[in-house]
Design a protein around this ligand. Structure first.
Ligand code: ASN
Ligand code: ZN
Ligand code: CA
Length: 332
């Protein structure tokens, strides 16, 4: 017998979840037959190849603890499924390349490896186990962030340096967050923070803040001439901030228990249009307006063009896009 199944994942960050699996004879494995055949492999601290496909005699994966090897696999498999479902159901895109074909994930990369990364060459994503091998980087937003690098390279192709590199990183943070909201998971709730679950700083603080990117001590809240020469994970700040302002507006707001306070660089207020419209605008711009060398000025033009097509150039949405870019010092 060979068939598509749904198993149970006992994850580290997202509680007990349903996973897409495959039964092959008397064993089960982490192959998501309903999502392009996305597979999840155990590198068992290796750093090359695929290691072994997670498989076992029952369709229950992990126990919520990082010391159980299956736990990180369950988190990664869940994050990949959510990202697949998000792009399919929200944006009508079937898989990272839009061709219905799944990628694959690798967990337990290296020893104490504190990063996760997407690779176009293997069409796969990889997760380290974090400091002490106790904080795998397998949260929902990180999964969505990494897989979005694959979407970006198969659409706009934003070059990963200079201002286009900042826009590439911001695109991954934006859709990493929207995937997290889409998941509607009660353990790993949706927010405009990146990496709040994986404790990369050791003090419970997130890696990045979209409402006010400078809270991380390095990212920029607003564009300035020369921003293209800083690290792309910091030059992403103005675009992350733009997306927050466009979605939620300026000022103070509490969402899912997190309080945000988003300033604007021009001191003028922005009225948010909601995340559901903002994510449509960014996706349409990414896939039909942005190119490999899009910079901040061109991102403003591209998102305005996308907004005009979606909502009209005299709409409140169009004005909000103008105001949100002005609020991060782009094209005032
Ligand atoms: N986690 C990092 C990122 O997605 C990995 C990298 O620097 N390429 O940006
Ligand atoms: Zn990234
Ligand atoms: Ca988050």
């Amino acid at each position: 017998y060979q068939g598509i199944e749904t198993g149970t994942g006992n994850t580290m960050y997202s509680g007990t979840v349903t996973l897409g699996t495959t039964q092959s004879g008397s064993t089960y494995n982490l192959t998501d037959g309903a999502r392009g055949g996305h597979k999840t492999y155990n590198l068992n601290r290796g750093t090359s190849g695929t290691g072994t496909l997670f498989s076992g005699a029952d369709d229950v994966w992990g126990n919520g603890s990082p010391s159980n090897a299956e736990t990180a696999g369950a988190d990664a498999h869940y994050g990949a499924a959510l990202t697949w479902d998000y792009y399919k159901n929200v944006h009508g895109r079937s898989g990272i390349r839009g061709d219905g074909v799944g990628a694959y994930s690798r967990v337990h990369y290296g020893n104490n490896y504190v990063n996760a990364f997407w690779s176009d060459s293997c069409f796969c994503m990889t997760y380290g186990d974090g400091s002490g091998n106790t904080h795998p980087l397998t949260s929902i937003d990180v999964a969505g962030h990494e897989m979005t690098h694959g979407v970006t390279s198969n659409t706009a192709g934003l070059v990963y340096s200079g201002e286009s590199g900042g826009l590439n990183e911001a695109t991954s943070d934006i859709f990493g967050s929207t995937v997290e909201f889409y998941a509607n998971n009660s353990s790993d709730v949706g927010d405009y923070l990146i990496g709040e679950e994986i404790d990369i700083n050791g003090d419970g603080s997130p890696l990045r803040y979209m409402d006010k990117p400078s809270k991380d001590g390095a990212s920029k809240d607003a564009w300035y001439s020369g921003i293209g020469s800083i690290d792309v994970h910091y030059s992403s700040g103005p675009a992350n901030h733009f997306f927050y302002l466009l979605s939620e507006g300026s000022g103070t707001k509490t969402i899912n228990g997190v309080t945000y306070n988003s300033p604007t660089s021009d001191g003028l207020p922005v009225t948010g249009i909601g995340r559901a419209k903002a994510e449509k605008i960014w996706f349409r711009a990414l896939t039909t307006k942005f190119t490999s060398n899009t910079n901040y000025a061109a991102a403003r033009t591209g998102t305005l063009a996308a907004t005009g097509e979606l909502y009209g150039t005299t709409s409140a949405e169009y004005k909000a896009v103008q105001d949100a870019w002005a609020g991060v010092n782009v094209g005032t």
